[in-house]
Write a protein of this length. Structure first.
Length: 501
């Protein structure tokens, strides 16, 4: 069923290019919830001591979060079509708040994991809700600028997680990470429910529960398997689970293609017919892989090799995270004015340069150089993510926004898990081999990190080639899902006031 989605981007806001209030509220809420995806990274040592668990077990406070996100996000496309904007927001934030309370008071590690899973379930709804709403209310000539604010939530929040946790952990227990977030999230929830408007109308639709089960096994199994690959003693098990997950994803894909012809798919794969969207997904995935890989390697290097505290580590990487967030709106304005070519290709090149620079680290590398490379990496990611998100989502017709945002969010989690598994596996394999040959553990670990950064840099080179194929501006999609995708040419943006879904 088709419903009209009126763009509630007021005349004044449209004329001045200001971000709509509804999008500002959703960006703020999304930033708060996504921050929690990486906020526990620096708390692993404290958690091991407090809960008397191993390092492998403690890592699950982050792994379980990614695993839940990858499992829940595929269902959000259907969920967001069935409920109003306010109800989706209320469900997401209430779920997140419950998970935060459970985590803060958790008496055992199992209860803490349960709290993190509930937190992630709420977070999984917020990202697609933000993207779907943004595409419905913002005229295409302002998409770049507004998407710059979205970059703050979707990319900068994970980058700032270790910094925020380092500062909070300096004051006390890991429980403070949840105690501090709780009142902030509660205020954001109350304020958002008072100001948030419904965008569009809910649609009555069915859900294929077989697809839900297969998607859970596929995406959840893939992320779980990738997380185990980073553990030396469970690597073969992880590979087996990841392969089984890929098989399940193949079955899921086959079923969605059948349902597209005679039913309602859980995840509409017709989004992948649009070349700009598909290539944007590829660039985004490699970018998130590089970002998450560096976020894992740098704290390990700074704390295990150089002996810095969690606070000192957080402060060292903070300028890069702040630069990424602050540049988001500026990059968006530049995209609206000049297009993507002058941003995405140089940004991808900057990512490769920064990662290659990290292949030269040693036990005496100046901290100033490490900081400079991290700032270059974060600025380059900002220059890349905003145009890529805008080009990808802008290439879709409005009735595919919720499915497109679900696919984007799912691949983001898979890329994060793959990036983590890849760099940890390369690092540990190289270090173990060198130790067996007689090298001291710390120099061997540094050598492993250099090789891991080199692998990430090689993938960034592939990212440059993909970025060069993206269109310069947002393409105008066809009016309905039976039309063929538009040719991949430079298309001037059109500011329609009403679109159909």
């Amino acid at each position: 069923m088709r419903v009209a989605i009126t763009k509630r981007f007021s005349a004044d806001e449209a004329a001045e290019g200001r971000t709509p209030t509804v999008v500002r509220l959703l960006v703020l809420a999304t930033f708060v919830v996504i921050l929690n995806e990486t906020i526990m990274i620096n708390a692993i040592p404290r958690l091991m001591e407090s809960m008397d668990v191993t390092e492998q077990a403690a890592q699950w406070v982050s792994t379980a979060f990614m695993l839940t996100m990858a499992t829940v996000i595929p269902v959000t496309g259907w969920f967001l079509q069935r409920v109003s904007t306010r109800r989706a927001y209320a469900v997401a934030m209430s779920t997140f708040l419950v998970g935060t309370v459970v985590s803060a008071v958790a008496p055992t590690f199992a209860v803490l994991l349960a709290g993190r899973i509930v937190q992630a379930a709420g977070t999984a709804v917020m990202m697609p809700l933000l993207m779907t709403t943004l595409m419905a209310v913002v005229p295409s000539e302002h998409l770049g600028k507004v998407m710059g604010h979205v970059t703050l939530a979707m990319s900068t929040a994970p980058a700032l997680g270790p910094t925020v946790s380092g500062v909070i952990l300096q004051a006390g227990s890991w429980r403070l990470l949840f105690v501090v977030v709780l009142p902030i999230a509660a205020l954001v929830t109350v304020f958002g429910l008072r100001r948030l408007e419904n965008i569009g109308e809910p649609q009555v639709s069915s859900i294929d529960w077989i697809s839900v089960g297969v998607a859970t096994l596929g995406f959840g199994g893939l992320v779980y398997g990738l997380s185990l690959i980073g553990e030396h003693d469970r690597r073969s098990t992880g590979i087996g689970i990841a392969v089984a997950g890929l098989v399940a994803i193949g079955l899921f894909t086959f079923r969605q293609l059948r349902l597209q012809r005679k039913g309602t798919p859980l995840m509409d794969l017709r989004t992948l017919r649009y070349g700009a969207f598909t290539r944007s997904l590829a660039v985004m995935s490699v970018g998130f892989l590089a970002m998450m890989g560096s976020m894992i390697l740098l704290p390990l290097y700074l704390q295990n090799v150089r002996g810095l505290s969690p606070l000192e580590t957080g402060l060292l990487v903070m300028p890069g995270g702040l630069a990424m967030g602050l540049l988001g709106p500026t990059v968006g304005k530049a995209f609206d004015r000049f297009g993507s070519r002058g941003l995405v290709v140089p940004g991808s090149a900057g990512i490769a340069v920064a990662l290659f620079g990290y292949t030269q680290i040693s036990m005496t590398t100046p901290y100033g150089l490490i900081l400079a490379l991290h700032v270059i990496l974060m600025i380059s990611l900002a220059a890349t993510f905003t145009p890529v998100f805008t080009l990808g989502m802008g290439a879709l017709p409005s009735h595919l926004y919720s499915y497109g945002s679900s696919i984007l969010g799912t691949l983001q989690q898979v890329a994060a898990a793959f990036g983590t598994a890849l760099v940890v596996t390369v690092m540990s394999s190289r270090a173990t081999s060198l130790v067996d040959d007689g090298m001291a553990p710390i120099p061997a670990q540094v050598s492993g990190m250099k090789l891991a950064f080199g692998v990430a840099a090689a993938l960034a080179v592939v990212m440059i080639a993909l970025a060069a194929t993206l269109p310069r501006r947002v393409e105008t999609p066809p009016a309905d899902d039976t039309a063929e995708p538009t040719p991949e040419a430079d298309v001037e943006p059109v500011a329609d006031k009403c679109v159909t879904a």
